[in-house]
Design a protein around this ligand. Structure first.
Ligand SMILES: Nc1ncnc2c1ncn2[C@@H]1O[C@H](COP(=O)(O)OP(=O)(O)O)[C@@H](O)[C@H]1O
Ligand SMILES: [Mg+2]
Length: 375
């Protein structure tokens, strides 16, 4: 495979690597810069909607504060990815992993293989022989990083837990204990879109930094800069349309600019609207079709892509599912069942803190209802 021919996502190509490359977020970035400069290492929560610079800021902060020891003393874990790794996958030992092609195993796989063995040993020490469950694997993953000594004794370590809203109550409790136990050597940055469902004990240990949705002008400023670097011709109204469609989510704005610019000599407002609508419409159509034919995993992957990579909100995805159901040719009973189920999920999403779980449940129900199984 010729890897270098793959298109590079602009949201990755232009991700900020230094403080000066961030746009907007002046207060938060200023505060973080000050903390890094004075080597003040707090536990922190980065709070805000998608595409506002939280993950990038966590990296830049840790790099700035840790300096030369960044490589050894920094670890990034995405909780949703970690939860998605099955116990069976984590169970593969390093010899089994080594037999796989490089493209089939990731650093996370290798890390989780070590984590699995630690967790299993822990359970064996208690005189039991059962398999560790996912919660225990996660706990072990965090503990393993937090507990190893730093190379230079005076340095601390930073562990970034991205999408930390996916931690359930018992995982939060174990995180709190780990935070206490290793508080002299390890600091945490937790990234989450909201504070609902967070244990007060964790909140009280963290400095909360807010990353609000970026303003339209800020989004446009960065888009104009990048359009210049990519030598694109873009109408002013098209910049405004992208800013409007992306509602302060920079990742989504860059994706939309990139999709709109593909194969045209000039990006216009009309092209932007065409691209921005058709993407979610066609992706949700495919997602529902996959769920309908029982390919739940693929369907869920596509949903994850829409939420985590393309930056659509769970509400938008849910609304689009509802529209998709309305335009499909279905008998009345089936359609009613689907509409009711969607409404139920929409309600639950507003109450719960993990919309991903609820949307996954919706996909599973779509599969069941369309294949005639009772739900
Ligand atoms: N404040 C910002 N300044 C410049 N680029 C940004 C900013 N926020 C987001 N981006 C762009 O969006 C992409 C996703 O940012 P990320 O930090 O992963 O967002 P979050 O973690 O808040 O979802 C980045 O790679 C970058 O291209
Ligand atoms: Mg992120």
């Amino acid at each position: 495979m010729v890897r270098w021919l793959e298109p590079v996502l602009w949201s990755i190509k232009y991700a900020p690597h230094t403080w000066d490359e961030f746009v907007g977020q002046d207060d938060t970035i200023g505060q973080l810069r000050g903390l890094a400069r004075s080597k003040t290492a707090h536990n922190m929560i980065f709070l805000g909607p998608p595409g506002t610079g939280k993950s990038c800021a966590a990296q830049v902060f840790a790099r700035d504060l840790l300096g030369d020891t960044f490589t050894e003393n920094f670890q990034y874990l995405n909780i949703r990815d970690l939860k998605d790794i099955s116990v069976a996958k984590a169970k593969r030992d390093l010899t089994a992993l080594a037999k796989l092609d490089r493209s089939e195993r990731t650093e996370l796989d290798e890390f989780m293989s070590a984590v699995y063995r630690e967790a299993k040993t822990g359970i064996a020490l208690k005189g039991r022989s059962r398999e560790p469950n996912k919660g225990q694997l996660l706990h072990e993953a965090i503990r393993m990083f937090a507990s190893t000594m730093t190379l230079s004794n005076e340095m601390i370590k930073y562990l970034v837990l991205d999408e930390a809203d996916a931690l359930d109550t018992s995982m939060q409790q174990s995180l709190r204990r780990t935070m206490e136990m290793y508080s002299d050597a390890c600091r945490f940055i937790l990234i989450t879109p909201s504070l609902t469902g967070w244990s007060p004990a964790i909140l009280s240990r963290c400095l909360i930094l807010r990353f609000p949705a970026l303003s339209g002008e800020t989004v446009m400023r960065l888009l104009q800069d990048i359009a210049g670097k990519e030598r694109l011709k873009v109408d002013d109204t098209a910049f405004a349309a992208i800013a409007k469609e992306s509602s302060g989510d920079m990742r989504r704005a860059l994706n939309l600019l990139q999709i709109s610019a593909a194969g045209v000599t000039k990006v216009t407002e009309d092209i932007v609207y065409e691209c921005s609508e058709s993407r979610i419409v066609s992706a949700v159509r495919r997602m529902v079709s996959l769920a309908a034919k029982g390919s739940f995993g693929e369907s869920r992957d596509l949903m994850k892509q829409l939420l985590a990579v393309e930056g659509y909100t769970p509400d938008e995805v849910c609304l689009q599912i509802q529209r998709e159901i309305a335009v499909r040719s279905l008998d009345e009973t089936t359609r009613n069942a689907l509409v009711q189920r969607t409404a139920e999920i929409d309600f639950r999403m507003k109450q719960g803190k993990n919309p991903f779980i609820h949307l996954s449940a919706l996909l599973a129900s779509i599969g069941d209802i369309l294949s005639g199984k009772k739900v």
